[in-house]
Write a new protein. Sequence first.
Length: 78
Amino acid sequence: MRKRFEQQISLGQILIKDVQIRLKSRDAIYELMAALQKIFLTPTYNEQIFEILESKLNTGKKQTGRPGMDLWHIFVLA
């Protein structure tokens, strides 16, 4: 069964809410990072996206076995 995201952080990891994003840049990657941070931290967006991902990826599968990637990693990579 896939988890939404890993609850326990490892040593050396920075929390998503603590990441400082440069907003005065012409690069589009910073806008994308700010949008992903907003999605992760806003419960309504977070819940809607995870519900969609769970309905598409977890339907018809057993709840046992290896976990694979977290749903958050799949969303970011997509």
